[in-house]
Design a protein. Sequence first.
Length: 346
Amino acid sequence: MSKRTGQPPLLEVEDLEMHFEQRRLEVTAGWPPVRVARTTVRAVNGVSYTLHPAETLGLVGESGCGKSTTARATLQLHRPTGGSVRFQGAELTQLDGPRLRALRRDLQMIFQDPYASLDPRWTVGRIIAEPLRNFSIAAGGELRDRVEELMLTVGLDPSFVGRYPHEFSGGQRQRIGIARALALEPKVIFCDEPVSALDVSIQAQIINLLQSLQERLGIAFVFIAHDLAVVRHLSHRVAIMYLGRIVETTTRERITHETRHPYSRALLGAVPIPDPKVERSREPVLLEGTLPSPTEERRGCDFVSRCPLRPRVDNDGRCLGERPRLLPFAGDSSHLVACHYADRSE
């Protein structure tokens, strides 16, 4: 149950894995002179999270940590290598064909690049109407009315219905993408860095639009970003990812001052504070060491090679030999940390 809404979760993801096979040519000393080498890229490696009705979960991490792949694997756009994805009790990983297609009405996605996610050969009206046609929800005059209603909902002039994507700005294109995602009245929308390619003023407009849509329609969002300031403003809970795993989950009220994982603290330390006095007085957390490869299989903590806490506390080699689990910190189920020494992270 959610403490905020008092309702059971809409979406439950447990131990989600998404691995890709990578092939490359290698030169050998014998015959044949070239061979194909295969490695496994562990893009998502045991992610677990829940999402409740009308809630926004922020998914944060540096580029390449697996945020977008987590979203696509949850929606079954990539079929997961392992794990469980339950939506309102239905196990999505075991569904295919008509049964999976029926649930796609309730699970939609807004893509990162508003320039690449819209077909340049289609008018805006056709782009927004396509989901309605696919599911035979509306046709004729009813379809036109619904498209115009969706355009008004996201702040677009319905008279633009016959225009093409290249005739719009980046912010307007993202509004078109939002309208398309709203067409089927979904319960959950994944927002894959929807404001990262936009100007700051336009970012604020899109964020305010998403918030108002949530208040009016009760939609749950998974908001993916690398900008903690944006996520903190929009999200009810925040999950921080590192190298294909969630290392900490907490509320937005606690994210600034009560994080316990060393990586979370380093990530927050990189966010500038608008007060010059406070900015000068704080001590930055500098990460040294090398970033592990997602092709390597490790027994211990993924963060061990860069962790500033480990040299002070890990006397018995636990960080190298045992993978930390995502567990409640100090018995608080709303604050989960994957660190053996979270209680000593000060």
